[in-house]
Design a protein around this ligand. Structure first.
Ligand SMILES: Nc1nc2c(ncn2[C@@H]2O[C@H](COP(=O)(O)OP(=O)(O)OP(=O)(O)O)[C@@H](O)[C@H]2O)c(=O)[nH]1
Ligand SMILES: [Mg+2]
Length: 297
């Protein structure tokens, strides 16, 4: 029997949703950083096996939005609850449930789709704490399965995958077996650059960053020439991103180029321009232009 279905991975920001997805895929398709609100779009990936196909949706962390970009992110995440076969709710061993998780579970009570509780980052804590957290959470919601894992270390993830497949309905292979994701190459490259900015910059600067790939061409030496623009919100941020004698931008470019080469399996030349788009995170027109589309109140 062939099983297939759609699985959305949801939770608060920074709990490790994208790390989990990348581990499952064995490929880095979704960016990861230690800062909350890293993922901004729903990213769909496809895991095909002989007898099953799972389509995963990595979503932005659900949080109380402070600007229009945040509203967009929460909307795409909650939209992913619809039309899926399974919801994987990821959280961390915090013992008691915070307002953020309570808010998410309130919304899940309204819909009739099985929910798995995945307790991530168990490598960071004790077994007692894990047990206590699981007890407290299971009193608040009727989870179909409860699985403690470490996405970073890959602990128990194979088990989780096995149970996910068991819970899928009988169904066809929706996508060709060699298709890993529905996002475009250009999107992954822009995300790699944004990830480096998120990792290397501090405070509010990286959260106001957006990246657009301006051109991407294969040159005569079988290398890609890529030009990208990194947008930020303020002139002062532009200075920080470029850094003293261009040192920060050089770092962002170097690390991005390495990861892009690995992703494309072809070396790349990369040129990044830095531009200011004032307050773009609260401007519907600019949000749309930067790829954060379909804002509906
Ligand atoms: N110790 C430990 N850290 C982890 C684990 N999984 C993820 N992390 C770290 O947690 C941080 C956040 O990981 P992400 O995968 O970006 O989290 P996310 O839930 O996708 O975050 P948003 O996209 O902001 O919603 C990163 O620094 C990861 O390296 C884990 O199992 N153990
Ligand atoms: Mg993420």
């Amino acid at each position: 029997m062939h099983k297939s279905g759609f699985v959305t991975i949801i939770g608060r920001p920074n709990v490790g949703k994208s790390t989990l997805l990348n581990y499952i895929m064995g490929e880095k398709l979704s960016i990861v950083s230690s800062k909350p609100q890293t993922t901004r779009n729903n990213i769909q990936t496809i895991l095909t096996d002989k007898n099953s196909q799972l389509i995963f949706v990595d979503t932005p962390g659900i949080h109380k939005p402070k600007h229009m970009l945040g509203e967009y992110m929460v909307k795409v995440a909650t939209d992913s609850f619809k039309d899926v076969d399974l919801i994987v709710f990821v959280t961390t061993p915090d013992v008691t449930m915070g307002r953020g998780d309570e808010f998410i579970l309130e919304q899940l009570k309204e819909i009739n789709i099985p929910v798995f509780l995945v307790l991530n980052k168990i490598d960071e804590t004790t077994q007692e704490r894990v047990a206590e957290t699981l007890k407290n959470y299971s009193e608040k919601f009727n989870f179909k399965e409860i699985i403690p894992i470490s996405a970073a270390k890959g602990k128990n993830v194979d088990k989780l995958l096995e149970i996910m497949i068991e819970n899928m309905p009988e169904g066809p292979q929706y996508y060709p077996e060699d298709m890993l994701t529905d996002v475009q190459e250009r999107f992954v490259i822009s995300e790699i650059i944004r990830e480096k900015a998120l990792r290397l910059l501090t405070e509010e600067v990286p959260h106001g960053v957006a990246v657009e790939i301006m051109s991407m061409k294969l040159n005569d030496n079988n290398k890609y020439n890529i030009e990208a623009t990194l947008f930020c919100e303020k002139n002062s941020h532009k200075g920080i991103i470029i850094g003293k004698n261009g040192s920060m931008l050089k770092k962002i470019t170097k690390y991005s180029r390495e990861d892009i080469g690995e992703f494309l399996k072809i070396k790349a030349n990369l040129k990044i321009w830095v531009k200011v788009k004032k307050e773009w995170r609260d401007n519907p027109f600019l949000l749309n232009e930067l790829g954060y589309k379909k804002i509906k109140k």
